[in-house]
Design a protein around this ligand. Sequence first.
Ligand SMILES: Cc1cc2nc3c(=O)[nH]c(=O)nc-3n(C[C@H](O)[C@H](O)[C@H](O)COP(=O)(O)OP(=O)(O)OC[C@H]3O[C@@H](n4cnc5c(N)ncnc54)[C@H](O)[C@@H]3O)c2cc1C
Length: 374
Amino acid sequence: MGARVSVVEGVHVVVVGGGFGGIAAAQQLQDWGLSFTLVDPKDAFHHNVAALRASVQPGFAQRTFIPYAETFGDSFVQGQVDRVDTRRQMVVLQGGREIQYSHLILCTGTSGPFPGKFPGNTVVSYQTAIKKYDDFVNQVQAADSVLVVGGGSTGVEMAAEIKTEYPDKKVVLIHSRIGLADPELLPSVRQQAKEVLLEKGVELLLGQKVRNMSELQLNVTQKNMVVSTERGETVTTDLIICCTGLKVNSAAYASSFSDSLTNSGALKVNQHLQVEGFSNVFAVGDCTDISEPKMAYHAGLHAAVAVTNIANSLSGKQLTSYHTGNVTMLLAMGRDDGVGQFNGLKLPRCAVALGKSRDLMLWKSWREMKQTQP
Ligand SMILES: Cc1cc2nc3c(=O)[nH]c(=O)nc-3n(C[C@H](O)[C@H](O)[C@H](O)COP(=O)(O)OP(=O)(O)OC[C@H]3O[C@@H](n4cnc5c(N)ncnc54)[C@H](O)[C@@H]3O)c2cc1C
């Protein structure tokens, strides 16, 4: 956090998206004493790092949503941004409401399949979201067998969470590649993730793709569904959970920043995290084109750079730059185990279990939002 800035006349920062990047930006704007509005379709921050635990452990979901208004008061507006009018410096919400900005921070992140992500494109209350997770726990409990599709970090964590909470269920993880988890992790960490899954009794189908994925009924327990792979193997399962296919949420800005977009819809940013061609527009988190693993941890670091640069530009100081460090990534393999690396160095499993897996760092977000965890 920096000192409070004295030049505030006419300055109003609009933060679009209240994920890890958005709440970090809003907190820092609050600390700097800068006027801001945070906009998100939900009324609470979703700690989606803990979403997989919320999918298997009854009653856990309420700990994964932290109401915005209690932290940010009137500086939070619930709504969905439809477009940005860069000429008039207005953010336009669904329904027509407009919010003027002097500076804009875009942090609309990515969307992906439930339960790893909560659908972010509709205005919804957090009680509804919590109920969706609680209902999903019932689906998991009703299934004797579960098929997890996708063995990236989310799929690996999902399979481990189910097998830890329900050791008697049959859990199969299918992955199109041979290597599990994130390719940016050390090979020894990826291997360890595989070993933990096997120790827990997860069955692995590697180098195989599900046939006709779009035709399968996801997230609903139905006894003895038969799923075929493209190589002709079959898996009989009661519940199918998809953990693949994150997409950049570019709808809020795609039309206004079409010249600054990559093919995936990510925003091209310079080292100060300014969107290409706009000195007063910043982007942070998963919606940027920064070449590094898409992580909450990075989104928080980006937010600090963007807010510092807004403050620096107001007081005529030099802008600061963002540099990607060595990969730090921790995978919770259920509440009792974990694998990962810190600053490029592999960590012992017990260190990850203690540091991350026990409560998925929920305490950190509740503390940052200055609220008490239920
Ligand atoms: C299951 C899972 C586990 C993970 N575990 C880890 C982990 O352990 N550690 C880690 O560092 N990272 C982890 N990640 C990655 C991490 O969740 C993301 O990198 C992080 O959420 C990115 O933050 P963000 O703010 O960029 O975007 P998001 O968290 O995706 O937030 C974007 C926000 O923008 C809002 N939004 C979207 N469109 C609009 C619009 N038009 N108008 C207004 N608001 C909008 C959405 O509602 C959402 O609240 C995990 C991801 C998943 C799926």
